[in-house]
Design a protein around this ligand. Structure first.
Ligand code: C5P
Length: 302
């Protein structure tokens, strides 16, 4: 039965492992990354409209594009094209995930738009179809759909679900302004070349999952996870935004078990030993920091 409005809740992510291999001929980098969905959410609401319209509210709303370049708009258009329907929908995005923050906010909105439009238009698209559309839209979009925890290979879009045996408490310190993901990958390549190495996939070993990290997730051990966190893009993000080194240090000084840049940054992620410790740690960042729990469910109609 057609519905008149659908709201989908979509989580942010942190990459607890982000191993970057070489640059491929298509310009993307081979990855072995472990995605963990965190309880910081955007909400995408779809209602019928004449044509495609995007509105947004919430955090960083001034930096959300409201035209056809918005990844949620591109998701609606791709789904409509695939099923031969008109992309007539008003998508309203309520943002809580930082924009261009390395937490897959744009990808979350795209996954949310796909699920919302599928329900609004009564398409009943199979899960595999939605996942294939997600992969076309961006490397992080499939994970926004599935949530939980997963190993991402290829350019990040090939997912293998991972078991998580407990809850992890995080604090995310947001930075003023975003970082461009392509810029951060380019800087990573530049640092490799400057260090005398190669940046090409043909020259570098394919990255693989870190067994100790996968075990830490399975055991639900925050101490073991803290010891295993890694992000190959961190040096590049810090090179482009040197103040991030201070943010990471401030979180460790305030009692975090571990600190790392989230994805391509500039949001910094801190692992805390408990909910109380996370709340206290968040207070150490007057510029804005948000406690969040993981794992979190993927795109869900609410
Ligand atoms: O896939 P997505 O659109 O999120 O990627 C944004 C940009 O990030 C790409 O155009 C590319 O520059 C970079 N990227 C990469 N290797 C990946 C994922 C992203 O170089 N595995």
């Amino acid at each position: 039965m057609p519905v008149s409005t659908v709201t989908v809740r979509v989580p942010a992510k942190v990459n607890v492992q982000l191993s970057v291999g070489g640059r491929r001929p298509d310009g993307f980098h081979d990855l072995a990354t472990v995605f963990l969905a965190v309880g910081l959410y955007d909400h995408v609401t779809a209602t019928p409209a004449d044509g495609l319209r995007i509105t947004a509210a919430g955090r960083d709303v001034g930096r959300v594009p409201l035209d056809a370049t918005n990844l949620a708009a591109r998701a609606a258009v791709a789904l409509a094209k695939r099923y031969g329907v008109e992309p007539d929908v008003h998508l309203h995005i309520d943002k809580d995930i930082p924009v261009a923050g390395g937490m897959a906010g744009g990808s979350a909105d795209a996954a949310g738009a796909l699920v919302a439009c599928d329900a609004l238009w009564g398409l009943g698209a199979p899960r595999e179809e939605l996942l294939a559309l997600c992969a076309e839209l961006g490397s992080d979009v499939p994970f926004s759909l599935v949530g939980g925890a997963a190993l991402g290979t290829g350019r990040g879009e090939i997912l293998t679900p991972l078991e998580v045996g407990g809850e992890f408490h995080w604090v995310f310190a947001v930075a003023e302004g975003g970082l461009s993901t392509p810029d951060v990958y380019r800087e990573c390549d530049r640092l490799r070349l400057a260090g005398g190495g190669s940046d090409l996939a043909a020259d570098l070993p394919a990255p693989g999952a870190d067994a100790a990290l996968v075990a830490a997730l399975r055991e639900g051990s925050a101490a073991a996870l803290a010891a295993a966190l890694s992000n190959d893009l961190q040096a590049a993000s810090v090179a482009l935004r040197p103040a991030l080194a201070d943010t990471l240090g401030a979180g460790l000084a305030a009692g975090a078990l571990a600190a790392l840049v989230s994805g391509s940054g500039p949001t910094c992620a801190f692992l805390a030993p408990s909910a109380a410790a996370a709340a206290e740690l968040a207070g150490a960042f007057p510029g804005g920091a948000y406690p969040a729990l993981s794992p979190a469910a993927g795109a869900t109609i609410v």
